[in-house]
Design a protein around this ligand. Structure first.
Ligand code: CO8
Length: 257
């Protein structure tokens, strides 16, 4: 597929995908979802990938779903457009390696919902966050009502969802919506630094820790901790990643995964 909106780059196991439709502040249209679905399918089973970074070009990360595309939809079409985005964002969340949202500017509506489907977020100090759907007489349609309270707590979520207030990066940090704030000029450098921290860790361990943590959040403590014990065990034994990592520590050398 020839991408017209996505710009992917690959370097040493770190993939960066930039959403590039700056004339519409990277608003999410059907073409975006088609490209993103294709892109995710193309990288999901690539064992060499350690981390995916998602960012936007220009002054927005993503300023929401494309209002011009949505305006004339009937209820069935509106619902289908929501399900399309939910499917894509679930696929991002379920990628086997960590996904970092690199929030360069506006992350509004569907843009914040996309950011929340990432495993964690690093933001420019100039980034702005919000769920402004009620301004338009709408509610979030890409699972924002579900991910926001899980990340920021019920009261913060309902504050943002009902007031539609746009908040800055420091406020988003305080709410737990983002994990780091960086000056705009250093944002990508900082994101790459964090990606490289992950990229040198045990690759199976990183994938398993994501899978087990997310399973527990979806299915509950008992299911998650049972799976943790199983996956913990799977990293032991002859030729395993755990054997190499622990031996490297004891022998005071860098592990050779
Ligand atoms: N959709 C379509 N076009 C957009 C969007 C958008 N979400 N946001 C910005 N644009 C366009 C503008 O129309 C403008 O186009 P043009 O130059 O042709 O007039 C261009 O991008 C630049 O935008 P502005 O001139 O408005 O830029 P400003 O810097 O003045 O303002 C803002 C920036 C504050 C971000 C402003 O553009 C804005 O408020 N945008 C809309 C934000 C918004 O309401 N987002 C939520 C959309 S609804 C949503 O995301 C629901 C998700 C779930 C959907 C489920 C499907 C059923």
């Amino acid at each position: 597929m020839d991408y017209t909106i996505l710009k992917p780059t690959f370097e040493d196991g770190v993939v960066v995908v930039t959403i590039s439709r700056p004339q519409a502040l990277n608003a999410l249209n059907t073409r975006f979802f088609e490209e993103m679905d294709h892109f995710i399918a193309s990288i999901a089973n690539d064992g060499s990938i350690r981390v995916l970074l998602i960012t936007g070009e220009g002054k927005a990360f993503v300023a929401g779903a494309d209002i011009a595309e949505m305006v004339n939809k009937n209820p069935e079409e509106g619902s289908a457009f929501g399900q399309l985005g939910q499917h894509t964002f679930n696929s991002i969340e379920q990628l086997p390696f960590p996904v970092i949202g690199v929030i360069n500017g506006f992350a509004l509506g569907g843009g914040l919902e996309l950011a929340m489907a990432c495993d964690f977020r690093i933001a420019s100090s100039k980034a702005k966050f919000g769920q402004p759907e009620v301004n338009l007489g709408l509610i979030p349609g890409y699972a924002g009502t579900q991910r926001l309270p899980r990340l920021a707590g019920l009261a913060n979520a309902l504050y943002l969802l009902t007031t539609a207030e746009m908040i800055g990066a420091e406020e988003a940090l305080r709410m737990g919506l983002v994990q780091k704030v960086s000056e705009p000029e250093q944002l990508m450098e900082e994101a790459m630094r964090i990606a490289k921290l992950i990229a040198v860790k045990g690759p199976q361990a990183v994938r398993k820790v994501k899978a087990v943590t997310r399973l527990g959040m979806r299915s509950g403590f008992e299911v998650g901790s049972a799976e943790e014990a199983k996956q913990f065990g799977s990293l032991f034994g002859k030729g395993s990643e755990g054997e190499e990592g622990m031996n490297a520590f004891l022998e005071k050398r860098t592990p050779n995964w």
